[in-house]
Design a protein around this ligand. Structure first.
Ligand SMILES: Nc1ncnc2c1ncn2[C@@H]1O[C@H](COP(=O)(O)OP(=O)(O)OP(=O)(O)O)[C@@H](O)[C@H]1O
Length: 325
């Protein structure tokens, strides 16, 4: 397989596998993307190294079934995209898995630990952390304070430390150092004293990701990370997501941007009307008849992966525009 790598606005690199059946960033034959090679692309297929395993999760709103997932396994160390037309149940499913909503039925495990019935805070402490859009309150804090606040959800934080000044002083210094290091990685260090609300759409998304990293997650769950992002920064964001995977993190993301999905996902799971209708490597899944039907049934104008954004000329112009912001 030949890889095509491409630098982004901030130096991160997007690696585009030219053969989707053989993903990149492999560690050994069962874990990470390599473990997905050759798997049967059928809904509910077992993965060789599953970090999350979901069974019979049902969520109804009145008489309407929003989520009805029989079985899903998420491969450790890989990037899995969760896609589907509007109203398919993706966000509800995310909310259920992360303890922000309660199912009518079902159970699921993260790294062997049962999560059903656990609060959102307890789920986050297990290492499954989701990103959130910056709220109004957070927008009024500086970028650095946003990062420091995110660290308070860290499993290592405890009452003992917070009661003794020498301990919390030391901890505060460590947290600030870590925050600056992560901000540097996302090229947000120069913005550390700016209000988060003053950042561009793409920079906000980077900050959301940076905040999640303050808790050292095992799995990061991103809800539409590319939404509202300038196309020049999309490239950069994609590079960062791949870098997290290459460091061994598991990524699960909900996304409408099919360009993003096609170019960074190792595996794609498709939901429609609450159910998983297909899963498999990105190239194959986009051609799956059940997927085409689900999208055509929902909205006819969906772009299932436009490569125009990878045109160097288009990119150069967009990057120049982003620089001016
Ligand atoms: N709190 C709620 N009360 C009633 N119905 C809800 C609630 N939340 C979601 N729904 C319904 O459940 C279904 C699934 O919604 P959900 O937001 O999970 O879909 P989605 O795939 O994330 O859609 P989108 O891509 O548009 O964000 C929709 O029909 C929605 O109207």
């Amino acid at each position: 397989m030949a890889d095509d790598t491409q630098p982004t606005t901030d130096g991160a690199t997007v690696t585009r596998p030219t053969d989707a059946s053989a993903p990149t960033g492999t560690q050994n034959s069962t874990t990470g993307p390599a473990g997905l090679v050759g798997l049967e692309p059928t809904p509910g297929v077992a993965k060789p190294d599953s970090l999350m395993v979901v069974d019979d999760v049902l969520r109804k709103f009145g008489g309407m079934t929003a989520v009805d997932v029989k079985h899903l396994e998420v491969q450790r160390g890989a990037i899995t995209a969760l896609i589907g037309p509007n109203g398919a149940g993706k966000t509800t499913f995310f909310n259920l898995l992360t303890g922000f909503d309660v199912p009518d039925n079902g159970h699921w495990k993260f790294d062997g630990q049962p999560l059903a019935g656990k609060s959102a805070a307890r789920v986050a402490r297990t290492g499954a952390v989701r990103t959130f859009q910056l709220t109004k309150a957070l927008s009024r804090l500086t970028v650095l304070d946003n990062m420091r606040l995110a660290a308070t959800q860290h499993p290592g934080e405890n009452l003992f430390t917070s009661l003794f000044q020498p301990l919390w002083k030391k901890r505060e210094a460590e947290v600030t150092e870590k925050a600056l290091e992560i901000l540097g990685r996302f090229k947000l260090d120069t913005k550390k004293d700016d209000f988060a609300g003053s950042l561009s759409g793409g920079q906000r998304k980077l900050l959301e990701m940076a905040r999640a990293l303050m808790t050292d997650p095992t799995m990061i769950m991103l809800d539409e990370p590319m939404a509202g992002v300038n196309p020049a920064l999309v490239q950069s964001l994609l590079g960062h997501v791949q870098a997290l995977r290459d460091e061994g993190m598991t990524v699960l993301f909900v996304e409408h941007d099919m360009h993003a999905v096609r170019h960074i996902s190792d595996w794609v799971v498709v939901m429609a009307e609450g159910r998983i209708v297909a899963e498999g490597p990105p190239e194959g899944v986009m051609k799956d008849q059940a997927v085409v039907d689900a999208y055509l049934g929902a909205h006819h104008d969906t772009d299932l992966g436009d490569d125009a954004l990878l045109d160097p000329e288009v990119l150069k112009r967009l990057e120049a525009e982003e620089e001016k912001r």
